[in-house]
Design a protein around this ligand. Structure first.
Ligand SMILES: NC(=O)c1ccc[n+]([C@@H]2O[C@H](COP(=O)([O-])OP(=O)(O)OC[C@H]3O[C@@H](n4cnc5c(N)ncnc54)[C@H](OP(=O)(O)O)[C@@H]3O)[C@@H](O)[C@H]2O)c1
Length: 260
């Protein structure tokens, strides 16, 4: 049995769809990754856990992993490709580096799947794009944005064909700045869209107005300020899934309805 955490989210939902026999972690039944004692039932007969850590602090991760290790043998943890820049780069990178260390020290057979920035982060622009043709926000450095469906397909390969003790880094096929993403999204929507980089104070207000909680806003501003451009493009999606990584345009085409 494979337990899929985050099964309502961008990646976990796609993992669960590709693995119909797997068990999605159902929060409606009271299961909470931050409260290990609530996970006992979900972990019954589980051999492998697909783990996402949806919090902004690593506090409690050790206890949750200890609980998983009481039942399961293996874990595939979804991390961030930014960890290669060093844990001190920004708070979100620190979080993923800390989780990786906890996973490696958990006693479980581990595989770490480091993913580049998700294409689905663009969903956060939906409010602005329903109201107009301009996206305002912090000008985060360019990176090889990845389709969460490709992250999920890569994860499924690692869950079903284990490569224990390895760290796999998946990226999209092209390095895109925020302005590039907005232009590509515009082409998919049949609209002329513009990206307007904003100073961090203004960006903070915009991210808050877009509906993000305060701690997440600070973490995103920290990443925008401090994370460097990434030119890394790997063939890992192709190696793991047999298909090349999809571009941002394909993701935008599939999700166009969300923006109007
Ligand atoms: N975004 C990026 O660019 C990026 C890049 C690299 C790595 N990552 C990593 O990928 C992870 C998954 O991203 P995503 O976009 O798929 O996530 P997401 O869409 O934000 O979904 C988060 C999931 O976590 C679940 N969740 C929230 N609180 C929980 C709790 N207390 N106990 C159990 N489950 C809980 C949610 O459940 P409900 O559906 O019930 O609310 C949801 O299914 C992130 O956490 C991050 O560590 C992200």
């Amino acid at each position: 049995m494979i337990l899929v955490t985050g099964a309502g989210g961008n990646v976990g939902r796609a993992v669960a769809a590709l693995l119909p026999d797997a068990r999605p972690l159902d929060r409606r039944s009271g299961a909470d990754l931050a409260r290990p004692d609530t996970l006992t039932e979900a972990l019954q007969d589980v051999e492998t856990v697909f783990l996402i850590w949806p919090f902004l602090t690593s506090d409690g991760a050790g206890a949750t992993l200890a609980k998983i290790a009481e039942h399961a043998r293996r874990v595939v943890y979804l991390s961030s490709s930014a960890v290669r820049f060093g844990a001190d780069t920004d708070p979100i990178t620190r979080l993923h580096a800390d989780l990786e260390a906890a996973v490696r020290g958990s006693g479980l057979d581990w595989t770490i799947l480091r993913a580049d920035t998700f294409a689905s982060n663009a969903l956060g622009w939906a409010g602005q794009l329903r109201a107009g043709d301009t996206v305002r926000g912090p000008d985060s450095a360019a990176t090889a944005v990845i389709d969460p469906a490709d992250v999920a397909a890569s994860a499924v390969r690692l869950l079903t064909d284990p490569r224990p003790g390895t760290t796999q880094t998946v990226t999209g096929p092209e390095v895109l700045a925020r302005a590039d993403q907005v232009a590509i999204l515009g082409a998919a929507l049949g609209r002329q869209l513009t990206f307007e980089p904003t100073p961090y104070d203004e960006a903070r207000a915009q991210l808050t107005a877009d509906g993000r909680p305060a701690a997440l806003v600070e973490a995103l501003i920290g990443s925008a300020e401090r994370r460097p451009r990434s030119d890394l493009i790997t063939t890992t999606v192709q190696d793991l899934t047999g298909r090349p990584a999809r571009g941002f345009r394909a993701w935008a085409d599939r999700n166009a309805a969300f923006f109007s």
